[in-house]
Design a protein around this ligand. Structure first.
Ligand code: SF4
Length: 459
């Protein structure tokens, strides 16, 4: 089945799954209440958003400069930078590093970029075990499912459902409480952190003027994963830069408030490279993999490149009426929701993901919710425009759009045939797209124009 049809079919199924709806509504409601409180820490939230937006714009417009600045500063402190044009290059470099170790297993913290390049699948196929150490990711790895949401990977699961999963896979009690399960995972992971030779993390930000990698998290698993093993690999997209350590305050607080409703995330690590001679903790080697993977396609598009400012807070997903109904997996992409719909067609141009740009009501809630001022719904419209310009729309669609435009541009054509013909044409051309569950709007017998003329006696 083609991707657009699959999306519609899966949306139809999941939208009527009451249990899914109940869990998602419950979790998003909790998120919404938390963010209301979290945002109160800003005396002028619009100013903070504006500052973040301006900073990220500056980065996007001068990305080459900031990348090189980061690289030279990071290398100065003993770190190694690897430039990867695509997933294959990134995976090959990681495998090369892994081959210098005993290859027992890798501890990994949450990272959407590693999902993007399907790192776990590739490593496991090469008999290298990868253990997810973020609780949500651990749950998803246990179930064999992809993350459901860019911030909360297991958002679609209830505590009962998680207990059942652990019971089936780890033989814990079927009615174990969340704290009992957390304790179980903690005990299992402690041993892994200590004995693994490699820790892989993502990066929330790269700071150009200090050559630092910023990792924010709530569980302390990323800190453990980059402190105990002798090698730390941080992999991130090239867009993750911020110019200066002086920008850190605004980004770290915006991400916490918009992502989880916290004032600040529990653990914020600014890592400057491997362990120095006067330091006791930290890895002997540290690598940063700067991944392009078609981000430069997006960078080349003057109108859509603003999407690269995204700090992956997930706020636009949580407010989106489409996401709330169809959920994260239906998109069939790593980055779901409104921002995923903008980015994915450019990150995966060989696959047709343009239909996702139409999965929007254009209500604009995503744009309002965005802490870095991305005009999300406008960018979706640019994608739709490009979709048509690239010839991806069907012949039937092109035909009815042609007739629609011809009629709309001339009053005499618009009025031709009256309401009866218009209703017939509407049903013929739009019934399928309108969907079975909505009543087609009826064109009334007299148009506004006719009523206006009649009232004023205009012929
Ligand atoms: S587009 Fe904005 S709201 Fe959506 S995830 Fe990115 S930063 Fe958050």
């Amino acid at each position: 089945m083609e991707k657009p049809q699959q999306f519609i079919q899966d949306s139809e199924t999941i939208a009527f799954n009451k249990e899914h709806r109940r869990i998602i509504n419950y979790n998003i409601d909790k998120y919404t209440s938390a963010t209301i409180l979290g945002k109160q820490q800003f005396s002028n939230i619009d100013l903070a958003k504006q500052r973040a937006a301006t900073t990220k714009n500056k980065v996007i417009e001068n990305l080459d400069k900031y990348l090189i600045e980061f690289e030279s500063n990071f290398i100065r402190k003993g770190g190694k930078v690897i430039w990867a044009q695509n997933a294959e290059e990134a995976i090959a470099e990681i495998k090369k590093i892994v081959s210098t170790t005993s290859r027992n297993y890798i501890v990994k913290s949450k990272s959407m970029v590693t999902e993007e390049i399907e790192l776990n699948k590739e490593l496991i196929a090469d008999s290298i075990d990868v253990i997810e150490t973020d609780l949500g990711e651990y749950i998803q790895q246990l179930s064999g499912e992809a993350p459901y949401h860019i911030v909360t990977p297991a958002m679609h699961r209830s505590k009962e459902n998680i207990a059942e999963l652990f019971n089936a896979k780890k033989h814990t009690s079927s009615d174990a409480s969340p704290s009992e399960l957390t304790e179980f995972v903690r005990n299992e992971l402690r041993e892994k952190f200590i004995t693994s030779e490699i820790g892989i993390t993502g990066a929330n930000y790269l700071i150009a003027d200090t050559g630092s990698v910023v990792i924010t998290e709530n569980e302390g698993n990323a800190i453990s994963g980059m402190s105990f093993p002798k090698i730390h690999i941080s992999i991130c997209g090239i867009e993750k830069l911020i110019p200066s350590i002086n920008d850190f305050d605004v980004f770290v607080t915006l991400l916490a408030s918009f992502g989880t409703g916290q004032q600040i995330t529990s653990y914020n690590s600014i890592v400057n490279g491997p362990k120095q001679s006067d330091e006791e903790d930290g890895p002997n080697e540290m690598y940063v993999i700067l991944l392009d993977n078609n981000r430069t396609n997006l960078l080349a598009l003057e109108e859509q490149r603003r999407a690269l400012a995204c700090i992956k807070c997930g706020a636009c997903l949580n407010v989106c009426p489409v996401y709330k109904n169809v959920g994260g997996h239906t998109y069939g992409t790593v980055y779901s929701g409104p921002i995923g719909a903008i980015m994915t067609p450019h990150l995966k141009p060989e696959e047709n993901y343009y239909h996702l740009s139409s999965a929007s009501t254009m209500c604009g809630k995503c744009t309002v919710s965005c802490p870095v001022g991305i005009d999300i719904h406008k960018l979706l419209l640019y994608n739709r425009r490009d979709f048509v310009a690239k010839g991806h729309s069907t012949k039937t669609e092109n035909l009815y759009r042609f007739f629609w435009k011809t009629a709309m541009l001339k009053r005499s054509k618009m009025d031709k045939g009256g309401a009866k013909v218009k209703n017939f044409m509407m049903r013929q051309f739009f019934r399928k797209q309108w969907g079975e569950r909505r009543e087609m709007p009826e064109v009334v017998s007299k148009s506004f124009n006719q009523l206006w003329r009649e009232q004023r006696g205009i012929k």
